[in-house]
Each structure stands twice: as structure tokens, then as C-alpha cells.
Ligand binder design. Structure first.
Ligand code: BES
Ligand code: MN
Ligand code: ZN
Length: 492
């Protein structure tokens, strides 16, 4: 999708479709009123006829309006004039993309941006616009014999004032890069477990590095991880024929002296639960258990597209969790790279086992902050549903920052307490800790486990078990939390 800005008068702008908004009760935004006047009140007439009331998810297509250069006007409902939030504006954009596609339009000019969206500047509106339209382009096609029809829309122009122009352009670039990263994350997430293996993920990382000068990729084999003492990570892949891998992607947009932000993604390419086998219902969804890793990949893609002057390191801990004669058994004890021993009471609590060694490895980069992203606990889905991601941190400033970034990027996360009272639930008689914490507080005890490997740096954990993919009819990866991560990284 191509994005641009337009500063010419709307009535003088040639396009196959000019998109304009109307509020409930026939209230017209300035841009719409201006065109209404220019084309002989044809918009007022349609409103009077009751063809559109202005509610969100309503639209009318006006063919060949008079006296203006646009061939069509798509009139879309904006809802109530007061209290137009960025969330509602996003809904309007999503709906608009669908309508434009319905009419097979390839080019449109959006006449919205003069709108007052609550607490939102033009840059944010532009980010959101480019994000929504680029997301609308996404089609899963990897394992289909016939590709689904592509979105017909190819170019979107944003009508802005000359004063808004440079900020709008910047926003469009940012939004397009973020959505490109989201679409990449969605694609990796959606790819089935027999395609998306740890080796496949490693190849994708290498491929990204060959295409981008600012990116370097390193992949640690099982033998190399063994030498580093990553026996916790390795224990997860023991039962699988697919070798595990630790993938390191270094994005260098700034000088070597600049401390990097480190992202660590859980990359379980399929989670059967291992010997602590999961029940059969919906087990297919455990191909999404690498969505944390996918969000790291997506973020690296977005950075390569946008080239900000920062340093970011993406680490992906990739393994397949399978039962077999060689698989880890409940009660087995392993020694992590940190030297701490772990009693694996449940082989289905495998995410923390791969993450702990990746987090220990992260220390060597002398990170500014470390954020891990993981589809870690069913308990997080029980708590938050699919609306917000779980956020736990050993640093208040970092937690506050991520919370705010989530709100601003419309990719929210909500903090849970990481308090000492929960730590004792990980007690083991046979190792330094157990890998599960009992029946209650599962999201917190999982983070408590990770916190024992992150004492040397500022760290936050995002549990995306509920937000990484949609279930049901629209089953598929969402690309979250790429918007949240990009918002955080770009704030520097
Ligand atoms: N990948 C799962 C978590 C999960 C489950 C995410 C369902 C999304 C939907 C994770 O590896 C897991 O199995 N966690 C266990 C931990 C338990 C054994 C302590 C869980 O949440 O049940
Ligand atoms: Mn599991
Ligand atoms: Zn898992």
C-alpha cells in the first residue's frame, strides 16, 4: 500500500473516490460541509432522504458528484460528534477499507484528517490510518492451493493542511512500518507447526539479515547451547525430532556505545504439553505458541523498514514441545545457564524453561532494558480475555512506560503485581525452584519464575496468551504486541 498526503483543496483533487465523514444528526465536519457546498448540496440531500444516519459502520456511495474532481464520494458514519475517540476513529477506518474494497476501488483520498479526535494529533491519526489500511491488505496464503483475492485498494492519500503535512508524512511512514511488522508476525504465527519449526524461524532470521544492512543474525545450535549450559532451554526440545535454536538478531541503527533494548520472544513452534500432555480440544491453536517470537520478528522487520537511530536486539528461544521416549519427565531436574537448578513438575510449563536461559544470555548485551514476550499462561487468558496483555516488571518506570505506550498505540497491557509473597509458591524440595507454582495466580508465579533470571537488569514481561491470536471464525494471529513494542522503542 502506498500512502501520501494531499494539501490541495478537496474539491480540486482528482481521485476515483473521496472519502468523507458525517456525524450522527447530520452534523458535517468542515471538509464534508465544504464539498457539500461545492457540489450543489448533494450530501445534504442524501442526509435529508435518510440514506445514512451517521452511525459508525454506515456508508453511502455517491456516483459522479457535480462540480468536483472526484469521481465518487464515499460518505461514512463517524458516530457522535462529541467524544470521537481514536478507538472509534480506528473502527471507522477499518470499515472504510472494507467498503472501498467492496466497490473495487484502487485509490482514495481520505477527507477525515481535519477531525478532532480526542487527545490525538495528526501524527497519531496518520500512524493509525497507515496501520489499518496496511493490516487490511494481509492475506494468509502460505498453505492454500489458491490464494484469496487481494485487496484492490493500492493507494491512499490523506488530505491535510500544509501545517500538518510533515507530521502526517512521518506518521504514515511509521504506521506503514508497524503494520508491515504486524503482518509479518501474523504470517509466522499462522503458519502451521509442520512448516514453522525452530529451523524455519532461524532461516527467516538469516534471510532478514541478508536483506538489511543494519541487521545481523546469529543462530546458536543445540551443541553451542549445551556448551553455554542452557540445559533448561534444551530440556524442552528433548522429546522432539526438530532441533531447538537460539536466534539472535541485532539491529544497529545507532553507535556501538548506545546501549541496546533487548526483546526476548517465546518461540515454541508447537506446544503439545510434552509428557504432561494437553487435552485434545483446540490443541491446534498451540501452533500459535511462537507468537512472542513472531512479535520479535515483526518488530525487527518494522525497524528495518523505518531505520530509526537506536539499537535493538531480538532474541528468539525456539523449540518444539513433544512427548517421546526421550522427552523430559515430570520430576526431572535440570541446571539452567544461570547455575540455578529447576525441578520440572509439569512439562507443559515449558515457556519459562526456554525463556530463562534466553534471559540469562541477554545479560551479555548490557541492555538498557529487557522485555520478554510470551504466550505464557492460560491463566492470563482467564484474567484478561483477548483485550489486554499481562504486564509484569521489576522496574516501575519501565512498567509505567509500557502501560502508557500500550494505551497510546491501542495495544494495551495491564500490570499485575510481581510481589515476593508469590515467590514461595515456586518452592521445591529437590531443586532451587519448581517450574510451576500451584493452582492459583498462574500468570504471576510464571513471571516470578522469570524474575529469578533477570535480577541484573530492568526487565518487563508481556504475557500475550490472550491477545496474540483470535479464536473462532476469525481464527488467526493478530500481530500484537508489535504496535506496543514499536511505540516503546521509538520513544527511545
Ligand atoms: N502455551 C501455554 C499457555 C497457553 C495456554 C496460552 C492456552 C494460550 C492458551 C503454556 O505453555 C502452558 O501450557 N502453560 C500452562 C502452565 C501450567 C502448566 C502451570 C497453563 O497455562 O496451563
Ligand atoms: Mn505449555
Ligand atoms: Zn506453551
Amino acid at each position: 500500500m502506498q500512502f501520501s498526503t494531499k494539501t490541495t483543496a478537496l474539491s480540486n483533487t482528482p481521485t476515483s473516490c473521496l472519502v468523507l465523514g458525517v456525524f450522527i444528526n447530520g452534523n458535517l465536519p468542515d471538509a464534508t460541509a465544504e464539498i457539500d457546498k461545492a457540489c450543489g448540496k448533494s450530501i445534504s440531500k442524501i442526509l435529508k432522504a435518510g440514506d445514512i444516519s451517521g452511525k459508525i459502520k454506515e456508508s453511502v456511495l455517491i456516483q459522479q458528484p457535480q462540480a468536483i474532481k472526484a469521481k465518487r464520494i464515499l460518505l461514512v458514519g463517524l458516530g457522535k460528534k462529541t467524544g470521537l475517540s481514536l478507538k472509534k476513529y480506528t473502527e471507522v477506518l477499518r470499515y472504510t477499507a472494507l467498503q472501498l474494497n467492496r466497490y473495487s476501488l484502487e485509490y482514495c483520498v481520505l477527507g477525515f484528517p481535519g477531525l478532532d479526535v480526542e487527545k490525538t494529533d495528526i501524527e497519531r491519526l496518520a500512524i493509525q490510518t497507515a496501520k489499518v489500511f496496511t493490516n487490511a491488505e494481509y492475506r494468509y496464503s502460505e498453505t492454500l492451493s489458491k490464494a484469496r483475492p487481494a485487496l484492490k485498494l493500492k493507494r491512499v492519500s490523506l488530505a491535510v493542511s500544509t501545517k500538518q503535512r510533515s507530521r502526517a508524512k512521518k506518521g504514515l511512514d511509521t504506521g506503514a512500518a508497524i503494520a508491515l511488522g504486524m503482518n509479518e508476525a501474523r504470517n509466522l504465527g499462522n503458519l502451521p507447526g509442520n512448516f514453522c519449526t525452530p529451523t524455519y524461524l532461524a532461516e527467516q532470521a538469516k534471510k532478514l539479515a541478508t536483506k538489511n544492512k543494519l541487521l545481523k543474525t546469529k543462530v546458536l545450535s543445540e551443541a553451542q547451547m549445551k556448551r553455554l549450559g542452557m540445559h533448561s532451554l534444551l530440556s524442552v526440545g528433548h522429546g522432539s525430532d526438530e532441533p531447538s535454536a537460539l536466534i539472535i538478531m541485532e539491529y544497529k541503527g545507532s553507535t556501538a556505545a548506545t546501549k541496546p533494548q533487548v526483546l526476548v520472544g517465546k518461540g515454541i513452534t508447537f506446544d503439545t504439553g510434552g509428557i504432561s500432555l494437553k487435552p485434545g480440544a483446540a490443541m491446534d491453536e498451540m501452533k500459535f505458541d511462537m507468537c512472542g517470537a513472531a512479535s520479535v520478528f515483526g518488530t525487527m522487520h518494522a525497524l528495518c523498514a523505518l531505520k530509526p537511530k537506536i539499537n535493538v536486539i531480538g532474541i528468539v528461544a525456539a523449540a518444539e514441545n513433544m512427548p517421546s521416549a526421550r522427552a523430559t519427565k515430570p520430576g526431572d531436574v535440570v541446571t539452567s545457564m544461570s547455575g540455578q537448578t529447576i525441578e520440572i513438575l509439569n512439562t507443559d510449563a515449558e515457556g519459562r524453561l526456554v525463556l530463562c536461559d534466553a534471559l540469562t544470555y541477554a545479560k551479555r548485551f548490557k541492555p538498557k532494558t529487557v522485555i520478554d514476550i510470551a504466550t505464557l499462561t492460560g491463566a492470563c487468558v482467564a484474567t484478561f480475555g483477548n483485550v489486554v496483555s499481562g504486564l509484569l516488571s521489576n522496574d516501575d518506570e519501565l512498567a509505567d512506560s509500557l502501560y502508557q505506550c500500550g494505551l497510546d498505540a491501542l495495544d494495551p497491557a495491564w500490570r499485575l503485581p510481581l510481589w515476593d509473597e508469590y515467590q514461595k509458591m515456586l518452592h521445591s524440595n529437590f531443586a532451587d525452584m519448581a517450574n510451576i507454582g500451584g493452582r492459583y495466580g498462574g500468570t504471576i508465579t510464571a513471571a516470578c519464575f522469570l524474575s529469578r533470571f533477570t535480577e541484573d537488569f530492568k526487565w518487563a514481561h508481556l504475557d500475550i496468551a490472550g491477545t496474540a491470536w483470535n479464536q473462532g471464525e476469525q481464527k488467526g494471529a493478530t500481530g500484537r504486541p508489535v504496535p506496543l513494542l514499536m511505540e516503546y522503542l521509538l520513544r527511545g
